[in-house]
Design a protein around this ligand. Structure first.
Ligand SMILES: Cc1cc2nc3c(=O)[nH]c(=O)nc-3n(C[C@H](O)[C@H](O)[C@H](O)COP(=O)(O)OP(=O)(O)OC[C@H]3O[C@@H](n4cnc5c(N)ncnc54)[C@H](O)[C@@H]3O)c2cc1C
Length: 380
């Protein structure tokens, strides 16, 4: 049976980002690494957007906006997100970029194969795929298993679910310099529902009808709302160039408790998705770097993760929206109408100091959060 130092079960964003960090840190040249994925990772299966104040991944940024817009049924506000820019990366560009780097490293191999099982046997791990079996010293798993969350009740699960259409319209209706971060003017129907609009030119944009809620909708429901939104923009003719859909877990479940000495769960499977927003890309850039630094001096993955104040803020946030899913529009509107957008984004990046935290927290509706706090204090 072939042995590797490291095996990545799943080779999407978090695995490739971790391998990228291994390559650029130049610390893993002596390690044999196998990346496994059921997919070839060549298709444009998702578009990532994130705010950033660095020039990381400049080569593959497909679009960048200095301005973002927040709206609900009563107001529209251009957000000043300094020092950040809002950026877009196409999945296929990211995969190609990383695989090009990997191809220059003889110690790293990719195999398209479906993983069916992996286990920590104490001194080494065993990974079984449909075609093969391997042993290794460490497993980095990013295959998401929804059962780990649905089989417990302590940490509720909301989902960020959406369908997006990339359209080309007859009319030049879009402001290509401004991304619509959240437009809550769409019918809420007792949920947290918004439209997310990413224009790449005056007549081209990705429109995503998005919910933060417990249950998914039928495909027709998302698409009916997208059609209505397009009509309200004044577009009479358009072509759907591409479609995407997603369902991202929003939960404070302690994913890292399932890590063992030799198996770490990474990406969404490891709780690297920001629970209160579903944003993952930026967190993955940070966590993968921390993980590679950790590996240089540690060998026990159970010691990698630590809870912090942001985990607790997210816990209350999810509790509030889980109990009262219609509150999302009010909650985000209060934040972005009156708050400093740069600080809110810094807060969501988990980089704010206590005083900055307070500036954000005090903009939230008090009673639901106090109720959620009391609920958690009595259940801990
Ligand atoms: C359409 C879409 C758009 C998104 N947009 C954004 C965004 O704009 N900003 C943001 O921050 N986040 C976004 N996200 C959320 C998040 O960034 C992505 O889901 C991200 O890809 C998560 O990284 P990951 O490594 O956890 O999982 P993935 O990238 O999904 O990687 C997991 C890999 O495991 C593989 N796999 C699954 N089962 C098996 C198996 N049995 N055997 C072998 N391989 C297997 C899959 O093929 C996949 O390649 C989006 C998600 C989706 C779905």
């Amino acid at each position: 049976m072939k042995h590797y130092n490291y095996i990545f079960t799943g080779s999407g964003l978090s695995a490739l980002m971790t391998v990228y960090e291994m390559i650029v840190s130049n610390t893993m040249k002596d390690k044999s690494i196998l990346l496994l994925d059921v997919d070839a990772k060549k298709s444009n299966d998702r578009t990532w957007c994130f705010w950033d104040d660095s020039n990381r991944f400049e080569e593959i940024i497909s679009k960048e906006w200095e301005n973002t817009l927040f709206a609900n049924e009563n107001f529209r506000k251009q957000l000043n997100i300094e020092p950040y820019h809002y950026k877009m990366i196409q999945g296929s560009d990211f995969y190609e970029f990383i695989f090009k780097k990997i191809s220059k490293n003889k110690n790293i191999h990719f195999l398209q194969d479906k993983v069916i099982d992996f286990s920590d046997l104490g001194n080494h791990c065993l990974v079984k795929t449909e075609q093969n079996s391997f042993t290794c010293n460490k497993v980095f798993n990013s295959i998401f298993n929804p059962n780990v969350i649905t089989s417990q009740k302590k940490y509720p699960l909301l989902q960020q679910h959406f369908i997006g259409w990339f359209i080309k319209s007859k009319e030049p209706v879009f402001d290509e310099n401004s991304a619509t971060f959240m437009d809550f003017s769409v019918r809420q129907k007792g949920n947290t529902r918004f439209m997310y609009v990413l224009p790449t030119s005056k007549d081209e944009a990705l429109l995503e009808y998005t919910l933060f809620s417990k249950d998914l909708l039928s495909k027709e429901e998302y698409e009916t709302e997208i059609v209505l939104y397009i009509k309200n923009l004044g577009i009479t003719e358009y072509e759907i160039v591409e479609k995407e859909q997603g369902n991202i877990p929003m939960t404070c479940f302690l994913f890292w408790k399932n890590n063992s000495k030799n198996i770490i769960h990474i990406g969404s499977a490891g709780g690297w998705t920001k629970a209160s927003t579903g944003f993952t890309f930026k967190n993955v850039t940070k966590k993968s770097k921390q993980l590679v630094t950790f590996l240089a001096t540690n060998s026990d993955f159970t010691k990698f993760h630590k809870k912090d104040k942001f985990w607790f803020y997210d816990l209350l946030f999810i509790d509030v929206l889980y109990q009262n899913n219609a509150l999302g529009s009010k909650l985000f509107s209060n934040l972005f109408k009156n708050g400093n957008s740069g600080i809110i984004l810094k807060f969501l990046d988990e980089e704010t100091a206590w005083l900055e935290d307070l500036k954000v927290i005090l903009k939230c509706p008090k009673i639901p959060f106090i109720k959620a706090l009391i609920g958690r204090l009595f259940s801990m």
